[in-house]
Design a protein around this ligand. Structure first.
Ligand SMILES: C[S@@+](CC[C@H](N)C(=O)[O-])C[C@H]1O[C@@H](n2cnc3c(N)ncnc32)[C@H](O)[C@@H]1O
Length: 300
């Protein structure tokens, strides 16, 4: 069996264990997740978002910002706070934040104070103003001190008030297309005049994180049924939408495109044969199929 097959089989078995969310909370209360290599990429990804928003004339200073799909370690929302956001509303499908994971994010960013100040064009005092706050007690008081709020699950009832900026980082590819349309519609109705929506999307085959032998777009070769069979555990789910699909969904929801940046996997592009792929991918260009990273900025 190949490495990825073993991992998918193990994850599928795990998905059959009842009370997954409770078990995960218990595991994290004993050993909370800590920032790792992924969070170095989060740093770079959010610096790019901040820069793209500013270049388009968006103001982060004083903005109320919504993050969709915050995960375990709130590195990204704290970067938006340091860049000037008045408040960042974190949201997710499940409650994943833990007081120790919040403390770990703060410690991770404190160690990078001079880089944060340089990349975000703020002085180091601003970094301290956001991060040097009381960090003990309950999760809710820690988040309040950091200028953060937590909304789970995200929907029209739980999300209160207007927002100026919404963003995601490595989240949209995990949301089924039908749910994505609802999320985009909610964001659009809550963004005030001039509000912007910035998305960093990892369009690559995520199984590569545990099997580097796979091509970055190997997953495109499966039928929808065969792919669904590999996503029995919701943690393994990726929608396989391509860059052009996100552009279509955003414009169909009424967003106006302001800017995009993409990474194209040139090695995969040289080998891909679109006509040999399942029907849903055959009318796409090789460039679109092999776009493995999308940064998309749109205005409501
Ligand atoms: C790969 S993690 C990314 C976490 C974080 N944004 C980062 O870059 O480190 C994907 C996150 O998206 C969340 N997510 C998946 N589907 C979602 C949905 N429909 N609504 C909100 N969050 C969702 C997951 O719970 C998870 O926290």
């Amino acid at each position: 069996m190949l490495k990825w097959q073993i991992r998918i089989a193990a994850n599928s078995l795990k998905a059959c264990v009842p009370f997954q969310a409770k078990l995960r909370r218990l595991k994290h209360s004993i050993k909370p997740p800590v920032p790792g290599r992924h969070h170095e990429l989060v740093l770079d990804g959010i610096f790019e978002q901040v820069s793209m928003i500013r270049q388009a004339g968006g103001r982060i200073e004083g903005a109320r910002v919504l993050e969709i799909g915050s995960g375990w370690i709130p590195v990204a929302p704290l970067i938006y706070r340091i860049a000037g956001a008045r408040e960042v509303v974190l949201s997710d499908q499940h409650r994943l934040l833990h007081p120790r994971s919040v403390q770990a994010a703060v410690a991770f960013l404190r160690k990078r104070t001079s880089r944060l100040a340089r990349e975000l064009d703020v002085d180091e005092a601003r970094v301290s103003e956001v991060l040097d706050v009381p960090m003990s007690g309950r999760l809710s008081s820690m988040l309040e001190a950091l200028g953060l709020r937590y909304v789970v699950p995200l929907n029209g009832e739980t999300l209160k008030g207007e927002i100026d900026i919404a963003y995601t980082h490595t989240v949209l590819e995990h949301i089924p297309p039908e749910a994505l349309t609802e999320v985009f519609a909610l964001v659009r109705t809550r963004l005030g005049k001039g509000g912007v929506f910035c998305n960093g999307i990892d369009n690559s085959d995520h199984r590569r994180s545990y099997d580097e032998g796979l091509s970055t777009v190997d997953f495109l070769s499966y039928s929808d049924f065969a792919w669904d069979m590999q996503c029995i555990n919701p943690q393994d789910y990726t929608n396989r939408l391509r860059h052009s699909d996100y552009i279509c969904l955003l414009t169909e929801t009424g967003f106006k495109l302001l800017n995009t940046q993409v990474h194209i996997a040139k090695d995969a592009m040289a080998k891909i044969e679109p006509q040999k792929l399942p029907q849903r991918f055959r009318n796409k260009t090789a460039e679109d199929l092999c776009t493995t990273w999308s940064l998309i900025l749109a205005r409501a």
